[in-house]
Design a binder for this molecule. Structure first.
Ligand code: FAD
Length: 618
């Protein structure tokens, strides 16, 4: 019998798996994407919303790398929001609510159109490591599949257990199968941990008293994620979201049922995401607060299902009914699906290198929630990283290492591989040292160097090339264009509220004036000169000009630090060096840092050790 062979097998068609398979297919390698038969491709088991603070930047980075998430988000978008709009451009992020069925449909459509990707519905039972870069994938009721590399993207499914009150059901997502434990599927990985996440009940749209609630319309001036889509084009009818709040009665109902809460009565052992707390967590961590926002978000244009964002829970069904009906607008609400928590196995990601390949098992990669992260965007970014690097390895090319200096993908990867996680990892802007530079608006400027290295020539590459040319020209123009004193310029400054014109001033200096919005000012100036430039490019130039001084300073500091960070480390030699404390040596041997940057991020490494290593290694 002929063996079924692929270059790479990706296990799991969730958010990590689809990006990994997509990148591999685009690099002209043959890839099998194996996924459970009763789970939607790119299923969104929690709120179907993509982007948000730090995450919007991540989506744009993935898009600039040629990934899928930005494109399919735009195509299925039903509500746009710009977060932190009042706080200045550096920390602004786009958040988009999608129609969850459309999202899956578009993901599947793109994957099926790629001739290098074979989608296989099946359940992986075991991964056998035959030799370096040689794997046998055993499937339930199917012949095995062989590959040179394997990427595990199994999300919340490994040993998945759902909790609704005392009820416990096996499954990775409600209504779906689960998988065996990590150790049984992948015995070469020695240990695993349990994490947990959760979701709220879904409420019937027609049972909500909408008139009582505060409206939030979709923002027409929010830009699309995908670079080849027109900035403000909308592909679907946009919906309105509504805001309500919990109150004293809601929180009292939750507090009096503490003994029935699996999170608080010892039934759930796994640790949940700190930055996405359940309503039980809010009730017990903040006993003095009773008002918490509840955003009511539609799950699609043609569905009755409403997602009440902010009240994730695993309380028993009758308690969910009671507390939800205590909220304004939800007094008569009918529940379509009850909220639940899910516990699942995760690996120790410190066993992975910057390509997300296992340090001891060549050719075995891990991406997504299985690495202890939480979130669709985090999963997608890891899928891109693992997909690209598994392909580069098979093609015998240099790996692609994303730097934390210029992208959130780099921040995310370095953070997860350098410290054992004791809770699910989420990305936010404060995790990046260089966040004034790592913005949504300048993503192409930051990612161009990476995408170019892939040497794939697709429309996105041609776009990036022309973007960069135009950006550089406009940036140079802003530096070199000077307003010279004459009456008409004086009047123009007065009429446009540009401030006093008392000397020769460049366009660049004008854009830096504190009271001016740089984007509006540049747009105004170009309109006056009858110069038409794509809004994305104009915006990126204007904001970069505004922050130039700060960014240059931060970049200089970073460059100095980067020289130190780039120093290669031989962890085996350091692990035997008796000048280093026993505790630090143990941590070094455990994490196996490859460079100084990774070393200094390991918890518990003492400043004296860092100073000593810097001296002997530089
Ligand atoms: C209840 C719940 C609530 C959540 N809440 C949020 C939230 O509020 N916000 C947020 O950002 N994120 C939330 N998440 C997390 C979010 O869903 C994940 O971060 C994201 O889906 C992870 O993507 P992934 O690709 O790693 O895994 P998943 O999307 O879980 O995909 C895993 C894939 O692996 C496949 N698979 C598993 N085992 C096998 C096997 N043995 N053989 C073949 N295929 C297999 C499955 O079919 C599935 O396609 C929640 C998840 C759940 C379950």
């Amino acid at each position: 019998m002929k063996k079924t062979e692929f270059d790479i097998v990706v296990i799991g068609a969730g958010h990590a798996g689809i990006e990994a398979a997509w990148m591999i297919g685009n690099m002209e390698l043959k890839v099998a994407l194996i996924t459970l038969p009763n789970v939607l491709i790119a299923e969104t088991p929690c709120n179907p919303a993509i982007g948000g603070v730090g995450k919007g930047q991540l989506v744009k980075e993935i898009d600039a790398m040629g990934g899928l998430i930005g494109k399919i988000t735009d195509l299925s978008a039903i509500h746009f929001k710009v977060l932190n709009e009042s706080k200045g451009y550096a920390v602004q992020s786009t958040r988009v609510q999608v129609d969850k069925e459309l999202y899956s449909k578009f993901a599947e459509k793109y994957l099926r159109e790629n001739k290098n990707i074979s989608i296989i519905n099946g359940k992986v039972l075991k991964i056998n490591f035959l030799a370096q870069n040689s794997f046998e994938i055993q499937l339930k009721n199917e012949n095995p599949i062989y590959s040179k590399a394997t990427i595990m993207c199994t999300g919340t499914f490994l040993n998945g257990k759902l909790h609704i009150g005392a009820e416990q059901i096996e499954g990775g997502v409600f209504g779906c199968d689960n998988s065996d434990s990590l150790i049984n599927i992948c015995p070469v990985v020695e240990n695993s941990k349990r994490f947990k996440t959760g979701t709220p009940a879904r409420i019937k749209k027609s049972s909500i008293n909408w008139q009582k609630l505060q409206k939030q319309i979709s923002e027409p001036n929010a830009q699309n994620f995908h670079y080849l889509h027109k900035d403000f084009e909308r592909f679907n009818q946009q919906i309105t979201c509504y805001l309500t709040r919990t109150n004293q009665k809601t929180m009292e109902i939750i507090r009096k049922n503490k003994h029935l809460a699996p999170l608080y009565n010892g039934q759930i052992q796994g640790v949940g995401p700190r930055y996405c707390p359940s309503i039980e967590d809010k009730a017990f961590r903040y006993p003095d607060r009773n008002e918490h926002h509840v955003f009511l978000e539609m799950e699609g244009n043609d569905t009755e299902s409403v997602y009440p964002n902010g009240i994730s829970t695993s309380l028993p069904k009758e308690v969910q009914n009671e507390f939800i009906r205590s909220i304004v607008g939800l007094e008569d609400s009918q529940i379509l699906k009850y909220g639940y928590a899910v516990e699942y196995d995760v690996i120790d990601p410190t066993k992975l290198n910057q390509c997300l390949e296992h340090k001891n098992i060549q050719g075995l990669y891990f991406a997504g929630q299985i690495n202890g992260t939480s979130g669709y965007e985090e999963a997608s970014a890891q899928g891109v990283t693992a997909g690209i690097n598994a392909s580069l390895k098979i093609l015998d090319r240099d790996p692609m290492i994303f730097s934390r200096n210029n992208c959130y993908i780099g921040v995310l990867i370095e953070d997860i591989i350098t410290n054992e996680r004791d809770e699910p990892y989420r990305l936010f802007t404060a995790r990046a040292e260089n966040r004034l530079f790592i913005r949504e608006d300048n993503t192409i400027n930051r990612m161009y160097q990476y995408r170019k290295k892939l040497k794939i020539n697709q429309p996105i590459d041609q776009y990036q090339e022309s973007y960069m040319n135009c950006y550089n020209l406009l940036d140079e123009f802003a530096e070199k264009y000077f307003y010279k004193t004459n009456d008409s310029i004086n009047n123009k400054f007065k009429n446009n509220n540009y401030g006093i014109f008392d000397a020769r001033i460049s366009l660049s200096e004008l854009l830096k004036r504190a009271h001016l919005d740089p984007v509006k000012t540049l747009l105004n100036e170009l309109n006056e000169k009858k110069v038409k430039i794509e809004y994305k490019i104009l915006k990126a130039v204007a904001i970069s000009q505004k922050y130039k001084g700060y960014i240059d300073k931060a970049n200089n500091e970073f460059e100095n630090l980067s020289k130190l960070d780039a120093i290669k480390i031989n962890w085996e030699i350091l692990g035997k060096n008796e000048r280093i404390s026993n505790e630090c040596r143990q941590r070094i041997i455990k994490i196996k840092p490859e460079n100084f940057s990774q070393l200094r991020r390991i918890n518990g490494i003492r400043p004296a050790t860092l100073a000593y290593v810097a001296t002997i290694c530089s």
